[in-house]
Design a protein around this ligand. Sequence first.
Ligand SMILES: [Zn+2]
Length: 366
Amino acid sequence: MQFEILKKDKEARRTILHLTHGDVETPVFMPVGTNGAVKMCPHECVKRAGSQIVLANAFHLYLRPGTDVLEKFGGLHKFASWNIPILTDSGGFQLFSLSKHVEIDDDGVNFRSPLDGSTHRFTPQKVMRIQQTIGSDIAMVLDECLAPGNDMKATEISLRRTTKWAREALEYHTRQDQALFGITQGGFFKETRIISTKEITSMPFDGFGIGGLSVGESFEKTIEMLDVIMPLMPENKPRYLMGVGDPVLMLEAIERGVDMMDCVLPTRLARHGAVFTSHGRLNIKSAAYALDDSPLDDECDCEVCRNYSKAYIHHLFKKKESTAMIFATYHNIYFLHKLMQKARSAIENGEFSEFKSDFLKKFKGD
Ligand SMILES: [Zn+2]
């Protein structure tokens, strides 16, 4: 992987990642295709909406279809016919949030599959092997993602483990055509965040994920932690804030120097009828839109907004037509890509803070 910083506007950066399956311009939003597909959005639509890179999940793909299938097909790109870059999350977050009977020790994690209750063990080495079989452009190390509410002692034990696992992941990673990112953790204390960020960024990773944020803590807490972490991040490596897809938090993160973000939120919200607009979020299922002939967002030029009214999409949701979810998903992904594209132009022109305050004023309605 090659990485270039094209332009800086204070801390905000416009950068480019040259990956095996193509280039990615940042700031970038990465839609999530956990099982190798973005829900309610076929590959062609994902690309047409402006996606440069998609996420897949090593934990889910390991459980199903399994690495034997992926190996037979020569990796996920060939199996799923994806021709754009893929980033795989190691599954650290899913491991702790979805599995049953999780037992963690210093060398790895034992867990039961949420699919059939079968027992499995993940180690840093095994997670590297899975991602090398998947053949993603960017692999992530196995980390321990702590829920908010853990005390300092538990946080310290967890971050030591994440650091140990990161070192092991580096050792076991051999694929030259795959970039490997470390993940900083450290819970919700400044001290532990500083230790984790310094330890992880001292290792020769291609880039760095910021993990364990946006897991249920307040907006203010996320910002407080970002303000501690971001000044410690090395300048010459990409920075990926994991699990963030809220437009407001995305712009705050970019202003602090974040390059990459992903989240299931925009696609999950869409399936429930919630869509982003330049004037904030609205739920199209509301009766208020039954006779509304305007598009989802009058400032959006996506194919859905150019062709269909709120009233029609409202009707499709009411009748539980899957096309309703497809339309809303396409629009939400497009909306975030457009937002990132505008952020890139604003950085290019040295106008990011004006762009951010103009967007937020309208989006928050104040
Ligand atoms: Zn639209």
